[in-house]
Structure formats: structure tokens, C-alpha cells
Ligand binder design. Structure first.
Ligand code: RAM
Length: 354
């Protein structure tokens, strides 16, 4: 609209475009200092919001980084984050935190679902109490929420299979080392992996094992996998806990590492030594801090009534710019996608510190 009005007034088109560009640039630079009351992107966001972050658990470094991103967002917006969850990746361990948010009259809950549906009765109580619900990392099927997706779900699943296929010449038995068996994100990615595997007739998925995002359990199920399938050629671990546990094991068992190729989703900070020593060639992820940050801005906008879950609704997300709510598709309700994942390897791993 700005461009149209300025063009009508007779400004040369190029100048009009430049002007719009400058306006956008000035808006986005001011978004980086949203702690200033009344800055353009903070307009409409209530001060003093309390957002409960309920990660899968409080010990997983990935979830900790995501929660810190949320804290940064709410600090910019003049609100605060309370992080609360259990130590095991179960829905039961998250329910007391939902109840605590209700008791505390929180404005919003940002939750990574350990289960697609088991949290819905408690989250329904939160909605009834006027609390806005945002899921991030791992979605829930409950009504009335916005899902902040880290990257396109299909792309995450298919690209991990493609990465492994490239390394093992599209041939051999492979397995998946997942997190909790009920985790929505893991199962959605695994579903797309299975579809993508149809394109590789010589790669056979022989087993999926679950380490519950607990390093000790991940190691136990990994060892079980390796002894049950001595001809295993590849492992995809779509969890930062699983892949780092497996990478550590392989780096100290070179005979196994010589036969088994590992890839999946990992934190560059945890995986750097295993890229450097050649145990792992490539893996993927997004910036978990940005995921938490985006969820914080979304939660604040919903709690302030300045954004909605309607497809096409827009909200500003500080340093990340503006995001648009996507229409529901399949089992996913309204969602927002952070952006494409990054593939990390020896050439770029030093550039990332999360
Ligand atoms: C683990 C968790 C999380 C997942 C990442 C990639 O930390 O399972 O849910 O998104 O890995």
C-alpha cells in the first residue's frame, strides 16, 4: 500500500521501491532493539507478560537453548519466561507444569509435546483459563494452539534419508535411533523418512529404537541395535541426544565406525569433535535459540491479541522479521515455519556455536 500511494503521487517507480526498501530496512533495524517501549514491532504487545516454557524435559541441552531463545524474546518485549518441566520425556511429567501455569495465571504456554494428545485435557483447562497455547519443536493435536515448526516436516525427514543415502551409496540395512516413542516430531519425521526410503530400493530400514532423549537409554538401545544387526550400514538419529550419544560411541569404537555411517539432527556444538575426527561426515539442524525466540514472539502476540491463529495472520518476531501463519494441513493445525535446516559438515561446522 505504501508503494502504491507513493507511485500515484508521481515518484519514479525505482525511487518508490527504494523508499519502501528503506522503510522496511528501518523497520527491521528497529526490531532489533525491541526492548525500547513503543518501538514499531513491539506495538500492541502487552508489557509484563508471563510465558511458561514447558520443554520436553529440563535437561536436554537442545531444549535449554530453545528456552533461552524464549527468554531473550520476552526480555525484549518487557515480559518474562518461567521454564518448567520434568526430567523424563513423558506427558505425565509435563502436566504439573501446565497446572502451575494455570495457578500462576500465566498469559501463555509454549510447550514441546512429549505426546500428541495426552496433554490436551490439561491444556484445555489452560485455554479455558484464558491462557494462549503455542507448541514448538514437537506439536500437539489439541484445539486452539499455534505450532511453531522448526522447519518443513517433510523436508526434515526426506533430507536425512538423502544425506545417509549419499554416504552409503544408497545400499544396505539402516536403523533409526529416535527419542521418545510418543514424540510427535520424531514420529512425523520418521513417517517422511519411510516414504522417502521407497526411492531407495536397496536401503532397508531394519529397526527403529527409542532412547527417550536420555543419554544412558540411547546408549543401551544403540548397543542392542548394533549387536542385533551386525551388518548395519547406517543409522539416522533425528534427535540431538541420540546422535551425540551414538557419535561418542562410534568415535571410541573405530571398528564399528568403519562399518556404520551416522547422520541425523545434532547440535553443532556437541557434534564438532566427531566431525573433526571424521566419525560423522554430515548432519542437520536449525538454530534452536531462534526457534524459542520465534515461539516467544508468537506467544506474546497471541496473548496481547495483536495476532491470531488464522491462516495468513502476520506477527513480528524481532530480529527474525515477520512471520505468517500457515493454513492447517494434514494433522497439523495452524503453524509457522522458522526456516530451512542447515547441513553441517567439516567445511562449515566452525561457523556455528549453538
Ligand atoms: C532432541 C529433541 C528435540 C528435537 C531435536 C532435534 O533434542 O528430541 O525434540 O527437535 O533433538
Amino acid at each position: 500500500m505504501i508503494q502504491l500511494r507513493r507511485t500515484r503521487r508521481g515518484l519514479p517507480v525505482a525511487l518508490a521501491v527504494l523508499t519502501v526498501g528503506a522503510l522496511i530496512a528501518s523497520c527491521s533495524s528497529s526490531t532489533k532493539s525491541t526492548s525500547t517501549a513503543g518501538s514499531p514491532t513491539a506495538t500492541g504487545i502487552k508489557k509484563g507478560l508471563t510465558v511458561y516454557y514447558i520443554p520436553k524435559d529440563t535437561q536436554n541441552p537442545y531444549e535449554v537453548i530453545a528456552d533461552q531463545g524464549g527468554q531473550a524474546a520476552l526480555a525484549e518485549l518487557g515480559g518474562k519466561v518461567v521454564v518448567s518441566s520434568g526430567t523424563a520425556d513423558t506427558a505425565a511429567a509435563q502436566i504439573p507444569s501446565i497446572q502451575a501455569a494455570i495457578q500462576a495465571k500465566a498469559d501463555a504456554i509454549v510447550i514441546a509435546g512429549n505426546d500428541p494428545s495426552a496433554l490436551c485435557p490439561s491444556l484445555g483447562q489452560a485455554v479455558a483459563a484464558g491462557i494462549k497455547i503455542v507448541s514448538f519443536d514437537s506439536d500437539i493435536t489439541c484445539a486452539n494452539h499455534l505450532f511453531i515448526n522448526q522447519a518443513n516436516t517433510e523436508q526434515i525427514g526426506t533430507s536425512e534419508v538423502d544425506l545417509l543415502a549419499k554416504e552409503i551409496n544408497s545400499t544396505g540395512d539402516i536403523a533409526i535411533l529416535s527419542a521418545a516413542a510418543s514424540a510427535t516430531n520424531q514420529n512425523a519425521w520418521i513417517g517422511f523418512m519411510k516414504t522417502q526410503l521407497k526411492k531407495y530400493p536397496n536401503m532397508k530400514l531394519v529397526s527403529t529404537v527409542y532412547g527417550n532423549d536420555d543419554p544412558a537409554t540411547s546408549l543401551t538401545v544403540l548397543q542392542g541395535l548394533l549387536s542385533a544387526y551386525p551388518n548395519l550400514k547406517g543409522i539416522i538419529s533425528p534427535t540431538t541426544v541420540g546422535i551425540s550419544t551414538a557419535a561418542q560411541y562410534l568415535s571410541t569404537h573405530k571398528d564399528v565406525a568403519a562399518k556404520v555411517t551416522l547422520t541425523g539432527l545434532g547440535l553443532p556444538s556437541q557434534m564438532k569433535p566427531y566431525i573433526k575426527d571424521g566419525t560423522v561426515k554430515a548432519f542437520e539442524l536449525w538454530n534452536p535459540s531462534n526457534l524459542g525466540y520465534l515461539a516467544g514472539y508468537a506467544a506474546a502476540a497471541l496473548a496481547s491479541g495483536s495476532a491470531s491463529t488464522a491462516p495468513g495472520a502476520k506477527f513480528a518476531a524481532g530480529k527474525l522479521g515477520s512471520y505468517t501463519v500457515l493454513a492447517p494441513s494434514g494433522t497439523t493445525g495452524p503453524s509457522v515455519v522458522l526456516g530451512p535446516p542447515t547441513v553441517f559438515n567439516a567445511a562449515n561446522i566452525d561457523q556455528f556455536n549453538f
